[in-house]
Design a protein. Structure first.
Length: 561
């Protein structure tokens, strides 16, 4: 398949058929700026409760293990004159120093609870995420996002129930694991992210795709930065952890209504209908083994990673291309390293005597640093780099990636418009994205090497914020994966971005939720009393493996496979 045919997913459908869709007002058309409203809103709701959740876990476990007569709704307020992120003596002045939360036995129990929740979510996500990704091809991206929002709302409600009725619910604080079951059944955060990535693929050409991914992920991280600040301010003013959760439930309800009523769908009815037809055909082909039918339904999307045989145009021999498979393994190894983040913050909580509020500010600083890099720095670098590498266009030719074309515009309305970019420009763009992914992993390696030697909480935050320069990894991986998948799919037009990103979500679940948290949780719980820095060195090793794998990924030639 030539590169020009992969510039937009809309180019797979005849123009006369696509014109059957009713004309929408400009502001109602699917575009990236809709996601730049949706994504930060979603992240604000999720991260506003991040610090409060960990504080809640600590207090619930302290109350049960040590039977301390403390209210789980009261948090340690900061002194008014404490200057967060600037006072190097903050560790000594924090009112929570020496509290129950620093007890290694409590830390180990918190790690077990957090690990159990992540593992349950991961296992169920592994089973369901690929199916939900394919579901978004058949029924729409917004419907998948809406279902995910409903699941998040139920999770928040259950957390409040457990905290309020911890003595009555079965299993005590372990009943929080119900959240993991709810989210896992709907594919966890992975299915929501898969739908968002597929939305971006629907509305962008291959030249601009990594920039759009970067803008959307940057706006998402703005929410990551704002959410913990809001949560921490609510804790400061109310000293009541439940107020944060009530606030989050209210925002989540508004967010859910926005998705179901306002957010425009990026797929046409024709595209969803054809995806449904292909899905039914694939089910019929897999019905030869009735006992395996349901397993086939769940895991059939993963088949896109298995290399297909292609005829080499130079040698005439059939050979398998392992690039997409290797890319998925590299992504998985890096996700394994990133899953150490829970243990990293548990290390910081114990070493620097942080509490929930301070952790919220730390998460905000990291989120803002990564958002600035993704939304401001990286898009400019991508634009400059791709313009430097792009050959001059022939006379009379207009490249859709030209700077005169607005980045946040609606998707092309015709195949000619979508497929007008020259093949070599796509190749240059993809090479840059692959190089960006490799550079990002190298930055992660440096970050993991510095973190265990941070002597103060301020330097710990500075070092972990250095990872902001690696924030381009996900946009680059997403862009390269779609380019490889488009070529691997051939010329039959069966390119379903939801299926691809759903399959990548399974990789995320396997390495980031199923394998990662238990491995790092076990390592941290076994070494917290003697060598708590071990998790950083293990993460460094995982990142190094990812970089080695990515070195072996080769992009298709500009002349074809």
């Amino acid at each position: 398949m030539s590169s020009s045919s992969s510039t937009s997913l809309t180019s797979h459908f005849p123009d006369e058929q696509s014109r059957k869709e009713p004309e929408l007002a400009t502001w109602r058309r699917p575009a990236a700026w809709w996601l730049m409203i949706y994504a930060p809103f979603s992240m604000v709701v999720q991260t506003a409760t991040a610090g409060a959740s960990l504080e809640l876990y600590n207090n619930l476990i302290c109350h049960q293990i040590r039977a301390e007569p403390q209210s789980i709704t009261l948090l340690h307020p900061f002194a008014a004159d404490v200057q967060i992120l600037s006072d190097l003596a903050f560790n000594a002045s924090l009112p929570g120093s020496g509290s129950c939360s620093s007890d290694p036995s409590v830390q180990a129990e918190v790690a077990k609870l957090a690990t159990a929740v992540a593992t349950i979510t991961g296992i169920l996500t592994f089973v369901t995420a690929a199916w939900w990704g394919s579901f978004s091809d058949r029924y729409g991206r917004t419907r998948m996002m809406g279902i995910s929002a409903i699941g998040h709302t139920f999770g928040l409600a259950n957390t409040i129930l457990v905290a309020k009725q911890v003595e009555r619910v079965p299993g005590g604080y372990w009943f929080i694991a119900i959240n993991a079951v709810i989210m896992g059944i709907i594919g966890g955060n992975a299915s929501e992210l898969a739908a968002m990535n597929a939305y971006v693929a629907d509305i962008s050409t291959s030249e601009e795709r990594s920039r759009v991914f970067s803008f959307v992920m940057g706006s998402m991280l703005v929410g990551v930065g704002v959410g913990p600040i809001i949560g921490s301010l609510i804790l400061r003013l109310s000293h009541d952890v439940f107020v944060v959760f009530y606030f989050a439930v209210a925002l989540r309800l508004i967010h859910t209504l926005f998705i179901w009523i306002v957010l425009p769908e990026s797929l046409t009815r024709l595209q969803m209908s054809e995806a449904t037809t292909r899905y039914r055909d694939s089910l019929q082909s897999g019905s030869a083994h009735p006992r395996l039918h349901y397993i086939y339904i769940l895991f059939e999307p993963l088949a896109i990673f298995w290399p297909k045989k292609h005829v080499d145009q130079f040698s005439g021999r059939k050979k398998r291309h392992w690039n997409l498979f290797t890319l998925a393994l590299a992504d998985g190894s890096m996700l394994l390293a990133s899953s150490s983040v829970i243990s990293q913050f548990l290390y910081a909580l114990r070493t620097f005597q942080w509490d929930g509020e301070y952790l919220g500010y730390c998460l905000s600083s990291i989120g803002f640093a990564r958002a600035a890099f993704l939304a401001i720095v990286l898009p400019v670098l991508i634009k400059l780099a791709k313009r430097e590498n792009k050959p001059a266009s022939p006379p009379g030719h207009t490249d859709p990636s030209d700077e005169r074309q607005p980045l946040l515009s609606s998707p092309p309305s015709s195949p000619d418009e979508a497929g007008s970019s020259p093949p070599h420009s796509i190749s240059h763009a993809s090479y840059f994205d692959l190089s960006l992914a490799r550079f990002s992993i190298l930055v992660h390696i440096i970050t993991f090497a510095l973190l265990p030697f941070a002597p103060t909480s301020i330097l710990f935050i500075v070092f972990i914020s250095l990872g902001s320069f690696a924030a381009g990894l996900s946009p680059a991986i997403n862009s390269v994966a779609l380019e490889l998948y488009t070529h691997q799919a051939g010329v039959d037009g069966a390119v379903e971005s939801g299926k691809l990103y759903g399959a990548l979500s399974v990789v995320q679940a396997l390495f980031g939720n199923i394998l990662g948290p238990p491995i790092y949780g076990l390592i941290y719980s076994m070494t917290v009393a003697s060598h708590p820095r071990t998790v950083f060195f293990v993460a460094l090793g995982n990142a190094a493996v990812s970089l080695v794998l990515l070195v072996f990924v080769r992009l298709p030639s500009r002349h074809g496979l």
